[in-house]
Design a binder for this molecule. Structure first.
Ligand code: PSV
Ligand code: MN
Length: 427
């Protein structure tokens, strides 16, 4: 399925007068606050967040999966789905591949298709958390940390293959998430598991092309409920520092114990110049992989506050982090869910850009806790949606991406084209 720009423009027309009125109102208000709206719009217009190739189908739990139909059956169709998102919102121009769930059989055709839709290849992800049919050794008891060298070698070789695929597609980074850990006390010698992991990562690091980065994810539990080899940002940071400059940490919002102060972790990593990647989602209990901003929009805003602050005062030369949505869509249409997540990310970003940083700094210097809170909440409570719409209007994409998706009955068309029983690879 392809969307015609004229179809979007037609639907936009119905909305444009209402949009103009709300944008002008907000613009005047922001002007009074001394905010340069054009600069802000520019930041919103250039912001891109990657869509993972494994999130375009229905997700599930270990109890069940209830697909909604029209799921992409191949990498080609996954790229086409991201093309639809990007045509609607202008902010989904990146794809992150998980190998071997999505192997580009024909690199040239894959690259051409992606670039024809304005999509670039973001970080490539390795997978040593599942066994593949043709593989010699099992990862049941770990991969890069394994007690046996032949298993570790196999996992290292897989990561090198992933880098090779990424090189051909124009990716510039590798994300490593390890399910390695132990289920019960006594199973692991902690120091050996961590030092094996470091040694394996060092081999992968040595294979990275000159202009590549490696991102190391952490997670406190799951699938191992006694210990994970890389349970927290501290361990991820330790590994990254030992590896070298091309290594950094990846923060996945779902990879923290409840109530962790994630914004503080973000600030610390930015201070060290080691925030490489970011996986957005939302959760109530654990790694629930829910729609971004659906539960804790204020936390998301506080995180963006640190990100904006860190990038504006980038004393440690932290490279622009690789943004990605890492959510699972069990109940909602995956494309609708991804549109909602992207919207929530942009809202939090826009609100963080509105923060009066001078006033905040002066409140802090006087230990005026009340005003410090007021400054943040003034920005958070501003309805920035007209700014997002204005950015999209200037990019000539949909003013209301979700409404256009519905108006054009896009899922219905996908079901007609692909069938109602298609299953997408991934989780
Ligand atoms: C692990 O929970 C994770 O967040 C990692 O990013 C994986 O690569 C992804 O989910 C998909 O399994
Ligand atoms: Mn993740």
């Amino acid at each position: 399925m392809k969307i015609d720009k004229d179809q979007i423009a037609d639907i936009n027309k119905k909305d444009i007068d209402g949009h103009r009125a709300s944008f002008d109102f907000l613009n005047r208000h922001l002007d009074k606050r001394g905010i340069d709206t054009d600069r802000l719009l520019n930041s919103l217009m250039t912001f891109q967040v990657a869509i993972p190739s494994w999130a375009l189908g229905t997700g599930g739990t270990r109890f069940g999966r209830f697909p909604g139909g029209g799921e992409p059956r191949s990498l080609k169709e996954k790229i086409e789905d991201i093309g639809l998102l990007h045509a609607l919102n202008g902010s989904s121009g990146r794809i992150s591949l998980h190998i071997p769930w999505d192997i580009p059989e024909d690199v040239q055709t894959t690259s051409e298709l992606a670039s024809s839709l304005g999509i670039a290849f973001d970080a490539v992800n390795s997978n040593t958390f599942q066994d593949q049919p043709e593989q010699e050794h099992s990862y049941k008891f770990g991969s890069l940390c394994h007690v046996r060298k032949d298993v570790r070698d196999q996992a290292v070789a897989h990561n090198k293959t992933v880098i090779d695929y990424g090189k051909q597609l124009g990716s510039r980074s590798l994300t490593v998430w390890l399910a390695d850990g132990s289920g019960f006390p006594g199973q692991h010698h902690f120091k050996t598991a961590l030092s094996n992991t470091l040694a394996s990562l060092q081999e992968i690091y040595a294979y990275l092309p000159r202009d590549w980065s490696i991102f190391i994810e952490y997670k406190p539990y799951e699938p191992n409920f006694y210990s994970m080899v890389i349970p927290d940002w501290g361990t991820s940071h330790l590994l990254a520092s030992k590896l070298g400059e091309k290594a950094s940490c990846l923060v996945d919002l779902g990879h923290h114990l409840p109530n962790t102060n994630i914004e503080q972790i973000v600030a610390t990593l930015l201070m060290e110049g080691r925030l490489g990647g970011f996986h957005f989602n939302d959760s109530k209990y654990g790694d629930d992989d829910l729609t971004v901003g659906s539960l804790k929009p204020y936390q998301l805003f506080l995180i963006f506050n640190e990100l904006v602050d860190g990038m504006e005062n980038n004393t440690s030369n932290n490279p622009a982090p690789a943004w990605m949505i890492d959510a699972s869509h069990n109940l909602k249409d995956p494309l609708e869910d991804l549109l909602q997540s992207t919207e929530a990310i942009l809202i939090a970003y826009a609100q963080a850009l509105l923060i009066d940083r001078e006033k905040l700094a002066s409140a802090r210097s006087e230990s005026d806790v009340t005003i410090a809170q007021e400054v943040l909440q003034e920005a958070f409570r501003t309805d920035v949606r007209p700014l997002l719409k204005e950015a999209r209007s200037r990019k000539e994409v949909a003013l209301e991406p979700l409404a256009v998706y519905r108006a054009l009955q896009m899922r219905k068309t996908l079901i007609r084209e692909r069938g109602s029983n298609t299953i997408s690879t991934g989780l």
